[in-house]
Design a protein around this ligand. Structure first.
Ligand SMILES: [Zn+2]
Length: 220
């Protein structure tokens, strides 16, 4: 089963992606995380995408094609994947359909996560990450026990550059501009399409999502 999890940065794609992965037993392919990891490891791919990622801009399609193809071809992806953060443009959506059709597959379900810009800016600017072990905290909803240090390894927490308010606003603008046509395109596709408002708590969101998946016959 191939699922596209879609929505603005900070709408909860990471959270709901992990849930879906648990429920369905298929991996999440988070292209943003893959690119960030490549940059940190200093790989050739990382070098090529660094400037786009740091500027909050879209990585060119030909690079994304390689990244996505590799993810689809991996052994863990043989029963399907949940795409988090891809596709972001109409071009990328068509590219994904092409790559899937080469495998005799297609997108089975599109889930649009929805939250207002104000909610997102507040949510993301409270996010802190551990630069050592990767643990993620939120100063409002999931604060570390000791001040500003990681619960797991004690390392001082940092704010990602792309979680700073001015970058968030820019990322939201990019999202709205680039993805408006994609949204329209997705809604016209003959595939199951869900909209999940994620402004409430994660528990509420999970419950709603689960009910929807049961209604569609994807979960029991
Ligand atoms: Zn840590």
């Amino acid at each position: 089963m191939y699922i596209v999890l879609f929505g603005p940065p900070g709408a909860g794609k990471g959270t709901y992606g992990r849930k879906l992965s648990q429920w369905l037993g298929i991996p999440v392919v988070a292209t943003g995380d893959m690119l960030r990891a490549a940059i940190e490891e200093g790989t050739q791919l990382g070098e090529r995408v660094k400037k786009y990622v740091y500027a909050g801009e879209l990585v060119p399609d030909e690079i994304m094609r390689e990244v996505v193809k590799q993810a689809l071809d991996s052994e863990t992806a043989k029963n399907g994947v949940i795409f988090d953060g891809f596709p972001r443009t109409l071009q990328q959506a068509k590219m994904l359909e092409e790559l899937l059709s080469e495998k005799g597959a297609h997108i089975d379900l599109i889930i649009e996560l929805d939250a207002s810009d104000d909610v997102i800016i507040e949510r993301l600017s409270s996010r802190r990450v551990c630069p050592k072990c990767g643990a993620v905290y939120n100063l409002r909803t999931n604060p570390p026990k000791d001040d500003s240090k990681c619960d797991v390894c004690g390392t001082p927490l940092v704010q990602r550059d792309d979680d700073k308010p001015e970058t968030i606003k820019f990322r939201l603008d990019v999202y709205h501009k680039q993805t408006a046509p994609l949204l329209e395109y997705f809604r016209q596709q003959p595939v199951d399409y869900l909209v999940l408002n994620t402004e409430g708590t994660i528990e509420e969101g999970e419950k709603k999502l689960r009910e929807e998946l049961v209604n569609l016959g994807i979960l029991r």
